[in-house]
Design a protein. Structure first.
Length: 241
């Protein structure tokens, strides 16, 4: 059973047409590792009896365990993201966590690719800012694929959050979610990275449909990856996959 924790909203900022940045202060240290997420309980109960609880990844580094940020995209007709967008400073929120296996294991090393699609950039930024990841930064390539420069987090905001010693970073456009060219496009970018050789580990986060195919490509290329190297925010893989 998940233990309910509390955090106070200490600030909110609109950083894009449909993106809210939340500054939170938890009553106790959360104990997360960069890359993990919490589950926010909106306390809304649907007529079916199901509670509206949604996952949001820690955007900020794990050196600070009480003060942290989330960035949330408003999804049309989505109850969870609408709840978040209605939050104001001074409100207390209830959450559980940390959750998830999408973080770097102690002692891992080598040339690292972090590839995020869409809102997956939150977990990628949290991952990059993990204390344990710092030694690997100079050998790291971060790629963010999103549909347009207006999507979710403004490019300037995102660039300002990349640690100065991160080896390399690319932000590129990708066809819309569900577009038939989206997956081929993402695969072509991964092929290009793989063609340079020397990739020791890779982490992929965002659109589950893209994740699944890129995971298969990485395995075929001989990169040591498992399902723990992947986090899907939507288009979730089938349980049996
Ligand atoms: C591990 C994890 C971490 C996440 N971290 C974040 C985060 O840091 N920031 C954030 O904004 N969201 C994040 N999400 C997505 C979030 O949990 C919700 O799914 C999202 O806020 C929509 O919830 P909703 O109730 O508003 O809409 P719902 O009614 O639950 O969703 C409507 C539909 O939109 C889909 N959807 C969710 N996100 C997207 C998207 N980006 N693009 C297109 N469709 C989408 C859902 O899968 C669903 O099919 C994360 C999800 C997971 C599983």
């Amino acid at each position: 059973m998940a233990v309910a924790k509390t955090a106070r909203v200490v600030g909110t900022e609109r950083v894009g047409p449909d993106t809210l940045l939340l500054d939170l202060c938890a009553t106790e240290p959360v104990g997360f590792v960069g890359g993990q997420y919490l589950i926010l309980d909106s306390r809304i109960i649907l007529p079916s009896g199901k509670a509206v609880k949604r996952a949001y990844s820690f955007l900020t580094g794990d050196a600070e365990q009480r003060r942290f940020q989330l960035a949330v995209k408003r999804i049309p007709d989505g109850l969870g993201s609408a709840f978040v967008h209605g939050l104001a400073a001074g409100t207390d929120i209830s959450f559980s966590g940390p959750w998830g296996k999408f973080f770097m294991r102690e002692g891992a090393s080598g040339r690292t690719l972090i590839l995020a699609t869409d809102t997956g950039i939150t977990a990628a930024l949290g991952f990059l800012h993990a204390t344990r990841f710092r030694p690997l930064l100079p050998q790291t390539l971060l790629i963010w694929l999103r549909v347009s420069s207006e999507y979710f987090l403004p490019e300037g905001f995102m660039r300002a959050r990349i640690p100065a010693d991160c080896g390399d970073m690319r932000i590129e456009a990708i066809p819309a979610i569900g577009h038939p060219e989206r997956i081929p496009h993402a695969r072509a970018i991964l092929r290009q990275v793989l063609s340079c050789g020397g990739l020791d580990q890779a982490f992929i986060v965002g659109d589950g449909d893209v994740n699944q195919v890129l995971l298969d490509d990485l395995i075929a290329a001989g990169v040591a990856v498992s399902k723990d190297n992947v986090e899907s925010f939507f288009n979730m893989p089938k349980k049996s996959a």
